[in-house]
Design a protein around this ligand. Structure first.
Ligand code: ATP
Length: 360
């Protein structure tokens, strides 16, 4: 097991696409690390460059204390799950999962025991005698995961490891993948499109945009305190409200209303400066139109959309032609056309200046 360190890692594809732009990243030994970002931001390229399947055009990949930048994939002691699984069609599940152990000359009984153990953790125990052609896409994906996790490697790399599982299985797989990774303690980097998956599974995560990392942190840090408006708009099942604001003393003028300066930005703003006020819909309380004078610190508007989220509702308000969203507990949702107001939580709201979080 080993830490992974990327130093000014750069990848320019022939034709000139800069998929990785002088990227610096340290993933400590044993960490479960997620790479998240929009399509085309360079996640897969990053994973493949760590594995050695792509050659870096600049910078270095260091695994443990070894610079492996010019080491072939086979010499890096890394196990990777590919998007196409790369299972052997003529082998059953046991032999597929045990294959890397066979290459390492682990005795048959031991490799079958290990393969069986990991496969069982991934819910494959009743399928051990089947060949890949007799499995569903989701089952094949779990076999590919089991094969990697049965291997002894310094690091695991997963590209969209749960993408082919249906919603329920995906939730289950999250839990046992995380548990298994923790038990094995192997440094793991996984790429996902699914932010809920990254937030749920990762010890830490990086949010990428166009070949650069826009934020690195724990899921809680990235969710609660997005470092810039890109991350703020990208993370969260409903995007953060990002509203133009002007500083007026202790308040911010937002869509014609005055809200208090958030705690995180207190004392850091200049009167009259233009900023962006950010608050997640989850931290925006909604209330019906208040009695005269009691809407201080809130954004008064008209309800234009009410969406059912299951246990809660997403309420969209028009506040002087500005769209503001709030999450409202089930049972207290308003009707379209109602007058109401959104009251942001001062301890959760954020301020961005030139796109970057204002913070101490
Ligand atoms: P997705 O989430 O859609 O899989 P990604 O974040 O994994 O995307 P990459 O596949 O790493 O992104 O691609 C990063 C950029 O590099 C994209 O602009 C892509 O078009 C480009 N790219 C990827 N592979 C190649 C290649 N072999 N040759 C040229 N350009 C490439």
């Amino acid at each position: 097991m080993a830490a992974i360190e990327l130093r000014r890692l750069t990848k320019v594809y022939p034709g000139g696409v800069k998929a990785l732009d002088a990227l610096d990243l340290v993933i400590p030994d044993g960490e479960f690390f997620a790479l998240l970002g929009p399509s085309g931001c360079g996640k897969t390229t990053l994973l493949r460059t760590i594995a050695g399947l792509e050659t870096a055009t600049g910078g270095a990949v260091v695994i443990g204390d070894r610079d492996v930048t010019s080491v072939q994939p086979g010499g890096r002691d890394i196990a990777m799950v590919f998007q196409d699984y790369a299972l052997f069609p003529h082998m059953d599940v046991t032999d597929n999962v045990a294959y890397p152990l066979r290459i390492k000359k682990v005795a048959k009984a031991e490799r079958h025991r290990r393969a069986g153990e990991v496969a069982a953790r991934l819910g494959l125990e009743h399928l051990m005698d089947r060949r890949p052609g007799q499995l569903s896409g989701g089952q094949q994906q779990r076999v590919a995961l089991a094969r990697v996790m049965a291997t002894q490697a310094q690091a695991f790399l997963f590209d969209e490891p749960l993408s082919n599982l249906d919603a329920r299985l995906r939730l289950e797989a999250r839990t046992f993948l995380k548990k298994l990774q923790r038990e094995l303690g192997v440094t793991t980097v996984f790429v996902t499109h699914d932010q809920a998956e990254a937030l749920a599974m990762a010890d830490r995560m990086a949010v990428m945009e166009a070949g650069v990392i826009r934020q690195i942190g724990t899921p809680a840090e990235v969710f609660q305190r997005p470092a810039n408006t890109f991350v703020a708009g990208f993370i969260g099942s409903t995007p953060m409200n990002l509203l133009d604001a002007v500083v007026r003393g202790d308040t911010l003028e937002v869509a014609g209303s005055a809200v208090p300066v958030p705690d995180s930005a207190a004392g850091l703003l200049a009167d009259g400066e233009k900023v962006v006020y950010g608050v997640r819909p989850e931290y925006n309380a909604y209330a019906p139109k208040p009695a005269e004078g009691s809407s201080e610190g809130a954004l008064a508007g008209k309800v234009v959309i009410v969406e059912n989220l299951g246990a809660s509702h997403l309420v969209t308000l028009d506040v002087n032609d500005v769209t503001v969203q709030a999450v409202v507990p089930e049972g207290s949702e308003p009707a379209v056309g109602d007058d109401g107001f959104a009251a942001p939580r001062r301890d959760r709201a954020l301020v961005y200046r030139d796109g970057e979080l204002v913070t101490r």
